[in-house]
Design a protein around this ligand. Structure first.
Ligand code: DHB
Length: 550
């Protein structure tokens, strides 16, 4: 699909040693400085930061591109582009453990000073796969790499087929791929044209295997890498443009899960040994705000949540999943939900498996349908209502039942269990692989029902720790992490059956219960990876960053 945000890129050029402005073909470029010389100069002020992690303010390429803003208007943006900076001192794989920095300097001919601008920290993880920015030629060029080729035990694609055989195998997300009515949405590009600094980190992912047959990108590699990248930015405060106290993370799906985890787990000592191992900079990895689209998170409880939500919906084949398994998993969700002791927002009271349908309807789904119907022309609304009799419209508000809603969504995307597949075929089984083992169970239930032939009698000893490192809920429920982000933007399509609709609602309820600023909405009739209000997110960044700025 063609990217909407870039219509024309007029200059892409980097020149060797020697600073200063150079005129090429009538366009002024800033020459790329010699990295060694300026790194040495900068490192005098770097304190404990190793030389290799000192950001060189002069080592950029100046690029100019026509970028479209969230309102659809084109702007000529001149920006400084730092490419593939390795963000750890002891990289395992620099292709992934590197980041790009984009800083706007001129928009429509007017100089902009982004030295104190918010920093959008945009990961491009999809499907818990590796993501790299090393081959990008400008802003928004990061992407998921290493799609499995489907060998004997090839890992499945991240979305439709992740629990084996339910879908088409198409990849609907990844590479920060978000869609708005069929158009691609690039938050990095929208943020740059809004005058923000944009940092795009790569990260290791689950399909990476070295020559010794060891899986080196499985949990917790991706979150450790993203934290290391935040630390790199922080350690370079004063050298890297932008306000390092206003780092706003974003991501979609697995990337949304990691963005949420980054927000929840800021500065947690649980990651220290992992960060040390790769030579992360000695700095804070707490972030200011977190933007999370369709986060595929809370993985160890996601099978139960999935059955609670989509358990009675048929697969696209028209078949129902095994209802005995589905009901057992649903019962696990009820127990889990009760144990969380979360309260619904706006005075709803305790959230349980018994009232969660009502909560979703009142708090999210009916308001979402209402907003959608209000946005339609009279004739389009009439048509929509005629085609969707499950929905009642009184001229002001949409109402419908949970059963009506489930029928409206239709086929569930995944088989049962959705995440910890009995045959170890889900992407998440690979995410919890370790050493030379490609895929492992991470729930006792699926281990008990294993069909892969594993001889393990109990979950591997490190699994509880891995789950803890990968789940934002662990940092929010019980003893909450005081270093978490306090501003949250969470979005999910109402037709997204990649996970349960309760997953992001629980995240939002936990955060709101802690008093954090949470903007959580569901996009009506949208599927996985939707982002239909990107301009609102860009404006929200300005609001939350400005409101608390001293
Ligand atoms: C993604 C989608 C999934 O269904 C999943 O289980 C994990 C990740 C994704 O699109 O990133």
């Amino acid at each position: 699909m063609k990217h909407r945000a870039v219509k024309r890129r007029s200059v892409v050029l980097g020149i060797g040693a020697g600073a200063g402005a150079v005129a090429v073909g009538g366009i002024t470029l800033n020459a790329q400085a010699s990295t060694t010389a300026s790194t040495a100069a900068a490192s005098t002020s770097a304190g404990s930061t190793p030389d290799s992690l000192v950001f060189d303010p002069d080592a950029y390429t100046e690029l100019t591109a026509t970028l479209t803003d969230a309102d659809g208007a084109d702007h000529e943006v001149t920006y400084h582009f730092w490419k593939a900076l390795t963000y750890v001192a002891k990289p395992v794989d620099e292709k992934y453990q590197s980041l790009n920095v984009n800083v706007p300097v001129k928009i429509d001919g007017k100089k902009v000073d982004a030295s104190r601008a918010p920093i959008l920290f945009a990961n491009s993880v999809g499907g818990y796969m590796p993501s790299s920015v090393a081959d990008a030629t400008g802003v928004g060029g990061g992407g998921m790499t290493g799609m499995p080729t489907g060998g004997a035990s090839g890992s499945p694609a991240p979305t439709a087929s992740s629990s084996g055989g339910t879908g088409t195998g198409e990849v609907q997300s990844g590479g920060n791929a978000m869609v708005n009515g069929g158009e691609m949405v690039s938050l990095p590009k929208l943020a740059l044209v809004a005058g923000y600094v944009v940092v795009e980190p790569g990260a290791r992912g689950r399909t990476l295997k070295n020559s010794a047959g060891e899986w080196y990108g499985t949990a917790p590699a991706a979150i450790v890498d993203l934290k290391a990248a935040v630390r790199y930015v922080r350690a370079n405060k004063g050298r890297i443009p932008g306000d390092t106290a206003r780092i706003v993370s974003c991501g979609v799906s697995a990337g949304g899960a990691l963005s949420a985890l980054l927000g929840a787990s800021g500065d947690s000592p649980l990651y220290d040994t992992h960060l040390k191992e790769i030579g992360a900079a000695d700095a804070s990895d707490a972030i200011f705000a977190s933007g999370d689209w369709c986060p595929i998170t809370d993985l160890e409880h996601a099978d139960g949540a999935y059955e609670w939500n989509w358990g009675s919906n048929e697969l696209s084949t028209g078949k129902q999943v095994d209802q005995t398994v589905s009901k057992q998993l649903r019962a696990q969700f009820a127990e889990y939900q009760a144990g969380l002791k979360l309260r619904g927002r706006d005075g709803f009271g305790p959230l349980t498996a018994r009232n969660y349908d009502d909560y979703l309807l009142k708090q999210y789904l009916q308001p979402s349908a209402t907003t959608y119907l209000k946005s339609l022309s009279d004739s389009a609304r009439t048509d929509y209502l005629a085609a969707n009799p499950f929905l009642t419209w009184d001229g002001e508000q949409a109402t419908f039942t949970w059963a009506g809603f489930l029928a409206h969504v239709g086929a569930r995307k995944k088989t049962v269990p959705a995440f910890d597949a009995f045959d170890l075929s889900a992407g998440e089984n690979n995410e919890f692989g370790a050493g030379t083992t490609e895929a492992r169970h991470f729930t006792a239930y699926s281990l008990k029902h294993d069909t892969s032939g594993t001889t393990a009698k109990r979950l591997a000893a490190d699994i509880p720790e891995q789950l803890r490192l990968m789940n934002p809920m662990h940092f929010l429920v019980g003893k909450a992490n005081p270093q978490r982000a306090r501003h949250w933007w969470i979005r999910l399509g109402t037709k997204d059956s990649d996970t349960s609709l309760t997953v992001s609602a629980n995240l939002a309820a936990a955060l709101a219960g802690l008093g954090d600023d949470v903007d959580h909405r569901y996009y009506w009739d949208q599927g996985h990876g939707a982002n239909t209000d990107p301009g609102d997110f860009i404006a929200w960044i300005a609001k939350v960053c400005g409101a608390t700025r001293k």
